[in-house]
Design a protein around this ligand. Sequence first.
Ligand SMILES: Nc1ncnc2c1ncn2[C@@H]1O[C@H](COP(=O)(O)OP(=O)(O)OP(=O)(O)O)[C@@H](O)[C@H]1O
Ligand SMILES: [Mg+2]
Length: 359
Amino acid sequence: MAKLELRNLNKTYTPRVVPLKELSLNVENGEFLTLLGPSGCGKSTTLRLIAGLEQPTRGEVRIGDRNVTHQPPGQRNIAMVFQSYALYPHMTVCENIASGLKLRRMASAEIQQRIGEVSQFLGLGELMQRKPGQLSGGQRQRVALARALVRRPDVFLLDEPLSNLDALLREQVRAELKQIFAAQPTPVVYVTHDQTEAMTLSTRVAVLNDGFLQQLDSPKRIYVRPANRFVAGFIGSPQMNLLHLKCEGGFAQLGRCKLPLPSQVTVPPEVIFGIRPEHVRLVRPGDQQVLQGRVVLVENLGMSDLLTVQVEGTQGTLLRALLPPDQSWSGKQISLALPPEALHWFDVQTGDRLPDALP
Ligand SMILES: Nc1ncnc2c1ncn2[C@@H]1O[C@H](COP(=O)(O)OP(=O)(O)OP(=O)(O)O)[C@@H](O)[C@H]1O
Ligand SMILES: [Mg+2]
């Protein structure tokens, strides 16, 4: 089993369509790396370059110590699972799973043994003689996974494999995927634009935007310490509050509240300030950074209410806060605390995170 390495990968279709720019990353054995980003950011392009379905304009793809950049897909020993499952409709489940191995002219005893193991592992025993048309979406997805797993590839690639499933089934298959791939000693590259999938499944997440790698980090660090304004706004639901604030004397001014800037920063005239709605809370005695505001919108999310608050002393600046449900939020005047450890700061020009004292 071999690790996967991408070195300065670039892909240009036309001078105006450049879906991938200087992407470099390593995926170690047993690691589950997710490419996460909005539609069109270059996720599938990256997978196609790894699989050899397309050639990079520049850069290298390496598996272990092999440079596979110019090898055809068949020689790379990579298994890919697609959103559409790509099962052969005229073949049974068993034949579908075996198809990749037969192409490689594997002995039939070996094929039978591998299929036996995988079908048991994925609970497909009852379904082996059915055709794909006689299966549910979740079952089809499991057959597509089985077909990838029996190959025992050097690298697994999965392109939005859950997006055709309904929400409940997606949750169930997501948990299954986590178990299946925890048992694989190979690098896995998973593509999604669903941040819940990325956060729950991955050992590391690579956030892409517009062909550029924005941040490569553990799911936790991506949430706690987004590297720039894009990642801050893309990760987390409801979205992080991101506000342009004026600065003076080491403080940023939000309404009548003075927020201390991180001490490492040479005070800029303006900053982008961020705080997640779940970190804004009702005021307690002793709180320092407190602001007043009026609730202008209440969205009931079941476990909590998402409040939109108009901040007092501003020209209509809005801040969203996730607070315990209450019948009487609407129109209320409330005092909110912004805990210092929950504040994020970004450069107005570059969008980069400003240096702070957090580890
Ligand atoms: N064969 C092609 N010719 C020209 N442009 C292409 C081609 N394939 C993809 N693109 C463009 O490259 C960009 C990246 O496409 P890609 O399929 O990698 O996006 P994605 O991140 O997978 O998006 P989605 O989440 O919608 O699947 C898009 O702007 C797309 O239109
Ligand atoms: Mg895609």
